[in-house]
Design a protein around this ligand. Structure first.
Ligand code: BES
Ligand code: MN
Ligand code: ZN
Length: 491
């Protein structure tokens, strides 16, 4: 998408389509000072009463020669427009646009700016929303393929915050470039998106953004004694990969932020095999890894002055003659032993070794991102990511970033009371803690490998993916993570 800003009088800018808000009095919001004839014409159309009062509903009307098409969007009282409503309004604008023929789009943004929507936020959400909505699945269809429409978007702005508008556009675009990479990876089929494939994506990103990339193969993983990770990988003929990307653009003595992403490229459950209905969706069990790669793309694009390490343990979880069995006891890289009672609780088994590996970076903080538990979907549904942390200020910082990025996380307890559910008669711990509080005991398990640093865990099982007709990856929580890092970089 091409975006530019214009600050001339709006009456001097021609465009195939212009997008204008409609207020709660059924009038055009004319913050851009359109010519009087156009405003009158549009208000007369509005008076006919066909534009729904539903916030965010959009409709095209055909205007005078300057703007052949006017896309009206119901905003209601512009003073009360919230970031959330604005973002969904942009999504419905994009949806409406998809049915139109046009080459240029003009959006005056002063009409949306208010106390809770600064010029920075409006321009950021606007660009993000359009790129989000215009994302096209990297489809393997050979029939009836849709051609990508290319158009020029012009943002019209009048005011003293021009620089903020520019920053908003830049951040919005960078976040969605990352988010859309995450969607691409999540949507790929598991026979293509394998651990090796993910490693190649990391190498490519490294070349593009000058990250240092290391890819450890089976032998090197064995050398590191990652007994828990290797136990999961054992049931598959695809070799595991342990991927590390380093972006060291912060001050030399600044401790790094480590991001760890669960990279199970297919989760059949292993010997504790899953039911077959919808099992195809378990290709997105690398959603954590995909979001870490996506956010690294954002970080690289914005060249954030931070030290960031991305770590991705990646393998498949399949049943096989050689697969790990319920009852097997393995020794993790930390030395702690684990009784594997359910081979479908494999995410924590690969993440625990990655967390131990993270210790070597003496991190400032570690955040892991994982499609970890079905229980999290039951608890929080599809709107909020589950947030767990051993450090309250870190949890608060992540919560705030999520709200700002319209990509919310909700803090869950990580109290000691839950820990005994992981007791095992035969090893230091079991890998499952029973049905009660399943997402919490999963986090409790990880916490035992995160004692040496401030750590947060994001369970994205409910937020990284959409089922049903619009089945596919959402790109979450790239906006949250990007916002968290942008704020940390002081931008
Ligand atoms: N990848 C799944 C979690 C999951 C479930 C993600 C549904 C997205 C949607 C994970 O590996 C898993 O299988 N977890 C088990 C844990 C259980 C065996 C303790 C689960 O949630 O059922
Ligand atoms: Mn599983
Ligand atoms: Zn899984």
């Amino acid at each position: 998408m091409k975006v530019n800003i214009k600050t001339d009088s709006i009456t001097k800018i021609s465009s195939d389509v212009i997008t204008l808000g409609v207020d709660d009095k059924n009038q055009i919001i004319d913050s851009a000072k359109l010519d009087k004839k156009t405003v009158k014409y549009l208000n007369n159309i509005l008076a006919l009463g066909d534009i729904s009062e539903q916030l965010g509903s959009a409709r095209v009307v055909y205007g005078d020669h300057f703007y052949p098409k006017v896309l009206l969007i119901r905003i209601g009282d512009p003073k009360k427009l919230t970031p959330n409503h604005f973002y969904s309004a942009i999504l419905s604008v994009a949806n409406e646009l998809k049915s139109l023929q046009f080459k240029s789009l003009l959006i005056p943004i002063n009409q949306f700016i208010n106390e809770s929507l600064s010029s920075l936020k409006v321009s950021e959400y606007l660009v993000r929303g359009l790129m989000d909505a215009y994302y096209a699945v990297n489809s393997l269809k050979t029939l009836n393929t849709v051609k990508k429409k290319i158009f020029q978007t012009t943002i019209h702005y009048k005011g003293s915050d021009l620089n903020q508008v520019k920053i908003g556009i830049k951040h919005g675009a960078a976040v969605m470039q990352g988010g859309n990479l995450t969607k691409d990876l999540g949507n790929l089929p598991p026979n293509i998106c394998t651990p090796k494939y993910l490693a190649n994506v990391a190498i490519k990103l490294g070349k593009e953004y000058k990250f240092k990339v290391s890819v450890l193969d089976q032998k090197k993983i064995e050398k590191l004694k990652m007994g828990s990770f290797l136990a999961v990988a054992k049931g598959s003929r695809e070799e595991p990969r342990f991927i590390i990307m380093e972006h060291n653009k912060g001050p030399k003595n600044q401790k790094p932020i480590v991001l760890v992403g669960k990279g199970i490229t297919f989760d059949a459950g292993g010997i504790s095999i899953k039911p077959s209905a919808d099992m195809d969706e378990m290709k997105y069990d690398m959603g954590g890894a995909a979001s870490v790669m996506g956010v690294m793309k954002t970080v690289g694009t914005l060249n954030l002055k931070l030290n960031i390490i991305a770590i991705i343990p990646s393998c498949e979880n399949l049943p096989d003659g050689l697969a790990v069995k319920p009852g097997d006891i393995v020794t993790s890289m930390s030395g702690q032993t684990i009784e594997i009672l359910n081979t479908d609780a494999e995410g924590r088994l690969i993440l625990c070794d990655a967390l131990t590996y993270a210790e070597r970076y003496k991190p400032e903080i570690v955040i892991d991102i994982a499609t970890l538990t079905g229980a999290c979907v039951i608890g929080l549904g599809h709107h909020a990511t589950g947030l767990f942390s051993n450090h309250d200020p870190l949890a608060a910082e992540i919560e705030v970033a999520g709200i700002r990025a319209l990509d919310k996380a909700w803090k869950m307890p990580l109290w000691e009371e839950y820990q005994p559910q992981l007791n095992s008669n035969f090893a230091d711990m079991a890998n499952i803690g029973g049905r009660a509080g399943g997402s919490i005991t999963a986090a409790c398990f990880l916490s035992r490998f995160a004692k040496k640093f401030n750590w947060a865990h994001l369970d994205i099982a409910g937020t990284a993916w959409k089922s049903g007709k619009e089945k596919g990856s959402t790109g979450r929580p790239v906006p949250l993570l990007s916002q968290f890092l942008i704020k940390r970089a002081g931008k």
